[in-house]
Design a protein around this ligand. Structure first.
Ligand code: NDP
Length: 340
């Protein structure tokens, strides 16, 4: 009789106070259950580490429930169906899911996965430019920021998974786009590889000063991934009727107490600004448009598939902690199958 399948998974051992450490995680080997009716067994090739997971490590109510102590973490994954008990997916299909990450093998209802076409882009791209971060950039910029050709766009966190795509989409739209990032190497990447019109290192000086130099004529659309000092500085430079897309506030995710500011929110009144938050999972109705457009732009070389890859499930906590510190350029991924 065949040995039951075993796989490694990463559990939440303790909740972080401030910045997560490796002690908050535990690598565990567990039996992989057989799929039941409607389920599939997927061998993960890549898993995603994302900023929102930091919020789920706290015992706090949010738009997604907290991770449970002593249980496997969860998140995005791409892989191949090994066994299927569903008519919708067959063995050998490549799939992406918002779930099933942080483990080598996942068993889940087939409806939690979407079949992907590996000829459009590499499998890993379905966690980046062709996946949730790309879709965040697409709906956030086009549906909420609504930039017009010739307008000016500022992106914070520009060298990351979402930010890089926002910049390239703004260029496709015919906008002038400037990004901020946390190192000179990332600034060079934005200017040279992603063809941003300009970029600056936010660690080199006050954001307000760098922004004033980059936008002498003001900002029409600000796509904010960072919050805090970035948001305050951008408010000061927004043009009348400008739009601020509130995508994230990563400068505050490890904060242990509520963070005040921006201090100049009153400017939104006089400048008639629109500030709008959004959550990408509310915009599933745009997925077909997104895949059509982004797949086409990827083939034409108008958007880039940029990632930083860490090998092995045992390194997933390092990848996550490193992503929060800025170790990644493009999408931070963990590769679980050698040569995937
Ligand atoms: P990234 O790939 O951008 O990785 C995170 C980056 O944040 C790091 O590389 C680092 O880059 C930067 N960072 C970390 N700390 C700070 C800080 N104190 N100040 C400025 N930058 C910092 O992640 P994603 O692209 O996946 O996510 C980007 C943002 O989008 C996050 O805020 C995330 O929560 C949000 N998001 C929102 C979604 C939604 O539905 N609203 C969906 C997906 C993501 P650097 O070296 O430049 O500091």
């Amino acid at each position: 009789m065949a040995q039951p399948l075993k796989g490694r998974e990463v559990h939440l051992k303790s909740r972080p106070k401030g910045e997560p450490t490796k002690d908050n995680f535990e690598l565990v080997e567990a039996a992989v259950p057989e799929p039941t009716d409607g389920q599939v067994l997927v061998r993960n090739h890549f898993m995603s580490v994302d900023p929102y997971m930091r919020g789920r490590m706290n015992d706090a109510k949010s738009y997604v429930p907290p991770f449970k102590l002593g249980e496997v973490l969860d998140g995005g994954s791409v892989g191949q169906v090994v066994r299927s008990r569903s008519p919708d997916l067959k063995e050998g299909d490549f799939v992406v899911g918002g779930t099933g990450g942080w483990r080598e093998y996942a068993v889940a209802p087939a409806k939690h996965y979407q079949k992907v076409d590996p000829s459009v882009g590499p499998l890993s791209a379905y966690l980046g430019v062709l996946g949730m971060p790309g879709m965040t950039a697409y709906v956030g910029l086009f549906d909420i920021g609504k930039p017009a050709a010739g307008e000016t766009v500022f992106v914070s966190g520009a060298a990351g998974a979402v930010g890089g795509v926002v910049g390239e989409l703004a260029r496709i739209k015919g906008c002038r786009v400037v990004g901020s990032a946390g190192s000179d190497a990332k600034v060079k990447h934005l200017r040279e590889q992603l063809k941003f019109d300009d970029a600056f290192n936010y660690k080199s000086g006050p954001v307000a000063e760098s922004l004033a130099k980059a936008f002498p004529e003001g900002i029409d659309v600000f796509f904010d991934n960072v919050g805090g000092e970035h948001l305050e500085a951008a408010l000061g430079l927004m043009k009348n009727h400008g739009r601020i897309v509130l995508c994230g506030a990563i400068s505050q995710y490890n904060a242990t107490a509520p963070t005040p500011g921006p201090r100049n929110l009153m400017l939104a009144v006089g400048k008639r600004l629109t500030l709008q938050g959004f959550i990408v999972s509310d915009h599933g109705n745009r997925r077909a448009d997104f895949l059509r457009d982004m797949g086409g732009w990827l083939r034409e070389g108008k958007v880039s598939d940029v990632s930083t890859v860490v090998d092995g499930l045992d390194k997933a906590p390092d990848a996550f902690i490193g992503m929060l510190r800025g170790d990644n350029t493009g999408k931070m991924l963990v590769r679980l199958v050698k040569d995937a």
